[in-house]
Design a protein around this ligand. Structure first.
Ligand SMILES: [Zn+2]
Length: 342
């Protein structure tokens, strides 16, 4: 039932690189199999990430100014009121979860992942990832027991400066809201429509279909499938970790968090091999009542500077003004590359 629609459009130019010979250039427009939203695949091979070493930022001066470093975290970061969180902060392994001093929503927490100020991809260990997401889950459960009306649970991550992360010290955003935001709302509505039409869960069907086709199926773990996205949201593609049989925050136990960390670790090893050192991540849970048609899934979108000199971000008018994703890599090629790390 899942349809992978695309359309090729062409431009003819007289190419100065080939003595002004006639040349036809193709752009592929793809339509997201869930939402129908379009995205463009073009400019193949024109950009690639350039590895940056951020360890130079790990200086005593920078650490002394960072609110998340161990010498500051207890004095410079806010605490939750006692009725909400008796200790003010929530701890798990190296993670400290605390309220965002500039909240995005009613519950907008940060999970500071490590004691170290700068954590390059290779040092993001399984336990750092697991404890940070685990702390987010703990927080969800605590708040859910008090505020039952807030349906939407999201964990997001801006890792390293190209992703828009303002503080290099690694931290997750842990958000609970009665407003899902546009993408979450759109995927919820589309998943419900898909279920009404086919009586099937889209996310389960996506895993099944991609496993059969193989073109974007990177691999699977016990409860999850890992894919490159057909219509990526990022210039350097997009990856999905889907747990088709896991839905709300109450379905997520230690084994699921463990598996999420394992999948991410494998993906990060692939990123390292491609010099990708920054990404945005979103982890979406099914709101209560949507268990039949919505499943837990993570989106991981690599981010980079288009060039290392002026460092332009990889988001420009196409994405900002037209809200049109644009990708310079083929998800099917990325899938083959990523499989080596599975
Ligand atoms: Zn720090």
């Amino acid at each position: 039932m899942i349809d992978f629609k695309s359309k090729i459009v062409t431009t003819t130019i007289m190419d100065p690189r080939e003595d002004f010979a006639r040349k036809v250039i193709e752009t592929e427009v793809r339509f997201d199999p869930l939402t129908g939203d379009s995205g463009r695949l073009a400019h193949f091979g024109i950009y690639r990430p350039h590895k940056e070493d951020f360890s130079a930022w790990d200086t005593p001066e920078n650490r002394s100014r960072c609110p998340f470093c161990p010498s500051n975290i207890e004095t410079l970061t806010p605490r939750y009121p006692q009725e909400l969180l008796p200790q003010g902060h929530l701890h798990r392994g190296e993670t400290t979860l605390l309220p965002n001093i500039s909240p995005y929503d009613q519950f907008s927490a940060l999970a500071v992942m490590s004691r170290n100020h700068v954590v390059p991809l290779k040092n993001l260990t399984h336990s750092l990832i697991k404890d940070a997401f685990g702390a987010g889950l703990d927080f969800f459960q605590i708040i859910a027991a008090k505020e039952r009306k807030l349906a939407y649970h999201i964990i997001s991550w801006n890792y390293m400066p190209p992703s828009g992360g303002g503080i290099i010290h690694p931290h997750l955003q842990v958000i609970i809201s009665d407003l899902p935001g546009n993408l979450y709302r759109k995927t919820l509505e589309s998943s419900e429509r898909y279920f009404q039409r086919y009586r099937q869960n889209f996310w389960q069907e996506l895993c099944n279909t991609e496993a059969e086709r193989g073109e974007r199926f990177i691999g699977q773990l016990a409860r999850s499938c890992w894919l490159s996205a057909y219509t990526p949201l990022g210039v350097m593609g997009e990856f999905l970790g889907v747990f088709p049989q896991i839905h709300t925050i109450f379905d997520v136990d230690e084994t699921i968090i463990d598996e999420l960390a394992e999948g991410l670790k494998r993906l990060f090893r692939y990123f390292e091999s491609m010099d990708i050192y920054s990404f945005n991540l979103g982890l979406f849970f099914a709101p209560a009542g949507s268990e039949e048609y919505y499943s837990l899934h993570a989106r991981i979108i690599p981010r980079f500077f288009l060039n290392p000199i002026q460092r332009p971000p990889d988001v420009n008018a196409l994405q900002m003004v037209l809200q049109e994703p644009f990708t310079v890599v083929r998800p099917e090629v990325q899938c083959i590359e990523a499989k080596h790390f599975w």
